[in-house]
Design a protein around this ligand. Sequence first.
Ligand SMILES: *[C@@H]1O[C@H](CO)[C@@H](O)[C@H](O)[C@H]1NC(C)=O
Ligand SMILES: *[C@@H]1O[C@H](CO)[C@@H](O)[C@H](O)[C@H]1NC(C)=O
Ligand SMILES: *[C@@H]1O[C@H](CO)[C@@H](O)[C@H](O)[C@H]1NC(C)=O
Ligand SMILES: *[C@@H]1O[C@H](CO)[C@@H](O)[C@H](O)[C@H]1NC(C)=O
Length: 287
Amino acid sequence: MEFPSKSVTLLLLFSMFFHSAISANFTELFQSFWAPDHLAIEGDNIKLSLDIVSGCGFESRRKYLFGRASAKIKLVEDDSAGTVTAFYMSSEGPSHDELDFEFLGNVSGEPYLVQTNIYINGTGNREQRHSLWFDPTLDFHSYSFFWNRQIIMFLIDGVPIRFFTNKEENFVPYPKNQAMKILGSVWNADDWATQGGQVKTNWSHSPFVATFKSLEINACEILLPENDESVAKMCGELGKFWWNKPSLNKLSKHKSHQLKWVRAKYLVYDYCKDRARFTELPRECAN
Ligand SMILES: *[C@@H]1O[C@H](CO)[C@@H](O)[C@H](O)[C@H]1NC(C)=O
Ligand SMILES: *[C@@H]1O[C@H](CO)[C@@H](O)[C@H](O)[C@H]1NC(C)=O
Ligand SMILES: *[C@@H]1O[C@H](CO)[C@@H](O)[C@H](O)[C@H]1NC(C)=O
Ligand SMILES: *[C@@H]1O[C@H](CO)[C@@H](O)[C@H](O)[C@H]1NC(C)=O
C-alpha cells in the first residue's frame, strides 16, 4: 500500500487554513460593521447612505492575503461635498496594514478626487491624489486592488493608477504578513475632505448615497480566526496561486504606458514629491 506523499498531506492540511477564494456573492462574503440600517441591498446594488445621524460600512467576513479585490462603485451624485466614500483593505490592531481608495466628494459640478494610501505596520502618510478621466457619479466604474509579495497595484477600470513595489532590500517595509479584510463605507469628513475642509457637508442635501455592486474577491482566504504567520506565508509561496506568477511582479508594457498617462494627466498630489511635508523623503520614494 502506498502512503500519500508528504506534500499531498501538507496540502490537505493547509487547505484547512486557507484557500484561493473566488466569489461575488455579497451576503456570502460581507456583513455590515456599522449602522446596518443605513445599508440597503437592492438586487445587485448595495446602497450606502450617509445622513446627519450616521454613515455606514460593510466588511468581508474573512481575511485575505494576496490576490485581487474589486468593486464597481457609483459615487454620490450632485452635492457630495464633505463626504468620503471608501473602498479599502485593512488588517486589525495598532500595527495594521491598509490599502485605501478614498473618494473625496465635492460641490455640484466640481470634480471628485481619488485619494489612495498605503499603511504598513500602522504607518500611513503615503497619500496620492488623482482626478479622474470620467465623472464617477454618472456610472459604475471598477476599482480594484492587486497585491502579492512583490507589488501592490491600484486599478480603475483595469488601468493602473498606482504601483508600489517591495523594496525590503532597501529597508522599506512591505505589507506581506497580515491578512486584511475588504471594506466599504461612506462617512462625513468635512473637516478635511473637500477643498481642504473649507466646504462643509450640507445636510439639507442628505442622504448621500454611494452604490456598490459586483464585489469580487479572488484571493488567498485565511480560514483561521487569528493571523498565523506560517500559514499566511503560504499564500505567497505556494506556486499554485495565480497571483504569485513572476510575470505579475512587473507592469506589462501596456500597463506601464497607462500608468505613465495617468500620472502625467491626472496625478494632482504625490507624497513622494512633497518636500514641504518631509524634510527627508520616505525611502520608497527613491527610484
Ligand atoms: C448568495 O449566498 C446566499 C447565502 O449562501 C444565498 O442564499 C443567495 O441565494 C446567494 N445569492 C446569489 C445571487 O447567488
Ligand atoms: C511594527 O511596529 C511595531 C510598533 O508598533 C514595532 O515594534 C515592530 O518592530 C514593527 N515591525 C516591523 C516589521 O517593522
Ligand atoms: C473640488 O473642486 C475644487 C474646484 O474645482 C477643486 O479645487 C478640488 O480639487 C475639488 N476636489 C476636492 C476633493 O476638493
Ligand atoms: C444647503 O442647501 C440648501 C438647499 O439647496 C441651500 O438653500 C443652502 O444655501 C445650502 N447651505 C449652504 C451653507 O450652502
